[in-house]
Design a protein around this ligand. Structure first.
Ligand SMILES: NC(=O)c1ccc[n+]([C@@H]2O[C@H](COP(=O)([O-])OP(=O)(O)OC[C@H]3O[C@@H](n4cnc5c(N)ncnc54)[C@H](O)[C@@H]3O)[C@@H](O)[C@H]2O)c1
Length: 253
């Protein structure tokens, strides 16, 4: 059990990579709190977590609303007695290029960048009280290479890399490590929705985009969860301020 006795918050834990991460952490002995704005799916994951025998909670938090984040973190520490791990995984997906609206920019930046910063802000004091902690921000290959007509999203994922390095520096004295992961194409409900939006079948998209990854396929949510698990575990005790690619070789190609 690599996370025995630990308490973890996973944002966007109701679906995809966040769900897989919450389930993996729980299987490794952590008590997990999910923050998500999708209450229906959040309650479903909560049932799965409790079915595994571990304590867990779901809180209907919109990470873009600082007051909700603050209250959520307070509840987690009050209920579970501590907070050691934060995975900033929730994201808004708005697509478009130079001509997107102010509302689109605000939606993406308020969730992906400011929401992530709010979660870190309100987790830190509890982590200091716990004697240290670990934060992982979920960036993307889109933070490194341009993806067509995804300007606000690309910008937000690149911003997370700066946020990761800055937080890592400021929180190191408190024994809090901060890292990022950058997934390539991962088979999640979000990816499937994007494929549909583009008028393609999953198989057509896989044939088109799979080969862009050296491993010539899409990744699974579990493969990203495994990497996040490594980063938050004691095995990564000298790793901070970096980003680990989970992209099947996409950006190395
Ligand atoms: N799927 C991919 O191919 C891929 C690739 C690279 C990076 N990522 C990143 O991985 C993360 C998870 O993506 P996914 O594909 O699992 O998506 P998903 O849509 O399956 O899950 C995202 C979850 O975040 C929640 N969420 C969105 N906005 C929120 C908010 N303001 N407050 C609280 N919860 C909110 C949603 O309700 C949803 O449950 C994202 O950060 C995404 O940018 C995904």
């Amino acid at each position: 059990m690599r996370l025995a006795g630990k308490v973890a918050v996973v944002t966007g834990g109701a679906s995809g990579i966040g769900r897989a991460t919450a389930l993996r952490f729980s299987a490794e002995g952590a008590r997990v709190a999910i923050f998500d704005r999708n209450a229906g799916k959040g309650e479903e994951v909560l049932r799965d977590l409790r079915g595994g025998g571990m304590k867990a909670m779901f809180l209907p938090v919109d990470i873009a609303v600082e007051a909700q984040v603050k209250e959520g973190m307070r509840k987690v520490e009050a209920e579970f007695g501590a907070l050691h791990v934060l995975v900033n995984n929730a994201a808004a997906f708005v697509f478009g290029s130079y001509d997107v609206t102010q509302e689109d920019w605000e939606e993406v930046l308020s969730v992906n960048v400011m929401g992530t910063a709010f979660c870190a802000k309100h987790a830190v004091e509890a982590m200091i009280r716990a004697g240290g902690g670990s934060i992982v921000n979920v960036s993307s290959i889109s933070g490194f290479v341009a993806q067509e007509k995804s300007l606000p999203y690309n910008t937000s994922k690149a911003a997370l890399l700066g946020l990761t390095r800055g937080l890592a520096m400021d929180l190191a004295p408190h024994k809090i490590r901060v890292n990022a992961v950058a997934p390539g194409c991962i088979d999640t409900p979000q990816l499937r929705a994007d494929v549909e939006r583009m008028g393609m079948t999953y198989e057509e998209d896989l044939a088109l985009e799979g080969p862009l990854h050296m491993l010539s396929r899409f990744g699974t949510a579990e493969e990203v969860a495994n990497t996040i698990l490594f980063l938050v575990s004691d095995e990564a005790s000298f790793v901070t301020g970096t980003c680990l690619m989970v992209d099947g070789g996409y950006t190395a190609k």
